[in-house]
Design a protein around this ligand. Structure first.
Ligand code: XMP
Length: 325
C-alpha cells in the first residue's frame, strides 16, 4: 500500500541513485509542488541542492518573506533569494497589452534564471515539480537520444514561456512525476508544510502584474498588494478560504469620484473576483455573503489610499475568464 512515509523514503533513494554527488538547481515558486520538491531533494542530497527564489515583485504581500523564513527556520534549507523587482518593473514600463506583459515577464524570468544559475553553478541537474498529468503532455522536455534522459528545454515556471538556450539544457530530476496534485498535497502535509502552502489558491506565474490592468507601476502594486491582503485576511477570519477556488482583487486603471469626510476623492476602483471551479477551465462566480463583501469593501476603502470604490464581478467562465488579463 502507498503511504507517505514509503513515498518519501523511496523518492530519497531514487534521487540519490539518479544524481549521485552532482549538483542540483531548483527554482522555488512558493507553491506546494516546488516546496515539496525542495524538501525531498534536501533530505536526499543536502548541500548539493541549491534552491533559488526569484522575486519578480509580483507576489502577494508578505509571501516572499514568509517563504524564505519558512525554509530557513522550519526546514533549515538555505534559499538564494534573488531580488529582481526593479528589473521586472522596468521591463513593464509603458506596457499595457496583456500578452505583451506576459511575454516580457517570461523573457525576463529566463534572463534572470540564466544569470543566476551561471553565477551559482555549474549545475548538472534541474529539479522540476513535474506531476503525472504534465508527464503525459510533456511539451517542455526533450528526450536526449543518446542517454534516453529527459532534458529541460523550457523552465516549467508557471509562465510556460521562453525556451532555454542550448548550452543551458539541464538534465532533469522529477521526483513528483508519478503523483497527482492531491497526492502532492498529502506528501506536503506529511512533511510539515503549512496549510497555507498546501492548499494555496492557484496563483498565476505573472502574479499581480496581470491583476493590474494596463501599465504596472510601483504605486499600483502597493495599492493592489494592500487590497489583496485585506481580502485574504477577511476570508481567513471567517474561515472560508477553502470555500473558494480563487478569491482576489483586481485594480482597474480608471478613476471615479467619491466622497470621504468632507473631501471629494478621485481614485481607483478595486474589483473583487471570487469563483468556484473544479479545474480552472470553467468557473462560476461565487455567491459571497453580503456581510463579507461589506466588510472587505469597508476595509479596502478606509485603509487603502488610492482606492475609493469596490465592485464585485458577477461573470462566470465562459464567457469571462477568471483573471482579468
Ligand atoms: P483564466 O484567467 O484563463 O485562468 O480563466 C484559468 C486559471 O489559470 C490561472 N492563470 C495562469 N496561471 N500563468 C499561470 O500559471 C498565467 O499566465 C495564468 N493566467 C491565468 C488563473 O489564475 C486560473 O486559475
Amino acid at each position: 500500500t502507498w503511504t507517505m512515509e514509503a513515498f518519501v523514503e523511496e523518492s530519497i533513494r531514487e534521487i540519490r541513485a539518479r544524481v549521485g554527488d552532482k549538483r542540483v538547481l531548483l527554482a522555488l515558486s512558493g507553491g506546494v509542488d516546488s516546496s515539496t520538491l525542495a524538501f525531498l531533494l534536501h533530505r536526499a542530497i543536502g548541500d548539493n541542492l541549491t534552491c533559488m527564489f526569484i522575486d519578480q515583485g509580483f507576489m502577494r504581500k508578505l509571501e516572499p518573506e514568509r517563504l524564505v523564513k519558512l525554509f530557513h527556520e522550519q526546514f533549515h534549507i538555505p534559499v538564494q533569494y534573488v531580488n529582481a523587482r526593479e528589473r521586472f518593473l522596468k521591463q513593464l514600463e509603458g506596457v499595457t497589452d496583456p500578452e505583451e506583459k506576459r511575454k516580457r515577464i517570461g523573457r525576463e524570468f529566463i534572463r534572470v534564471f540564466e544569470e543566476e544559475s551561471t553565477r551559482l553553478g555549474p549545475f548538472d541537474y534541474l529539479a522540476q515539480g513535474t506531476l503525472y498529468p504534465d508527464v503525459i503532455e510533456s511539451a517542455d522536455t526533450n528526450v536526449d537520444p543518446k542517454t534516453g534522459e529527459r532534458v529541460a528545454v523550457k523552465i516549467k515556471s508557471h509562465h510556460n514561456v521562453g525556451g532555454l538556450p542550448k548550452d543551458l539544457r539541464f538534465k532533469l530530476v522529477e521526483p513528483l512525476r508519478k503523483l497527482f496534485k492531491d497526492e502532492v498535497r498529502k506528501v506536503g502535509r506529511s512533511i510539515g508544510l503549512p496549510e497555507e502552502i498546501v492548499r494555496r489558491h492557484p496563483f498565476p506565474g505573472p502574479g499581480l502584474a496581470i491583476r493590474i490592468l494596463g501599465e504596472v507601476t510601483a504605486e499600483k502594486l502597493n495599492i493592489l498588494r494592500d487590497a489583496d491582503l485585506i481580502v485574504r485576511e477577511e476570508i481567513n477570519k471567517q474561515g472560508v478560504y477553502h470555500d473558494y477556488w480563487q478569491a482576489f482583487a483586481v485594480l482597474l486603471p480608471v478613476r471615479s469620484v467619491g466622497v470621504m469626510g468632507d473631501h471629494r476623492t478621485y481614485a481607483y476602483p478595486i474589483v473583487l473576483r471570487f469563483v468556484s471551479s473544479e479545474d480552472g477551465m470553467t468557473a462560476d462566480w461565487s455567491r459571497v455573503p453580503y456581510d463579507l463583501l461589506e466588510q472587505i469593501s469597508n476595509r479596502i476603502v478606509n485603509e487603502v489610499r488610492g482606492v475609493n470604490r469596490v465592485v464585485y464581478d458577477i461573470t462566470s467562465k465562459p464567457p469571462g475568464t477568471i483573471e482579468w488579463e
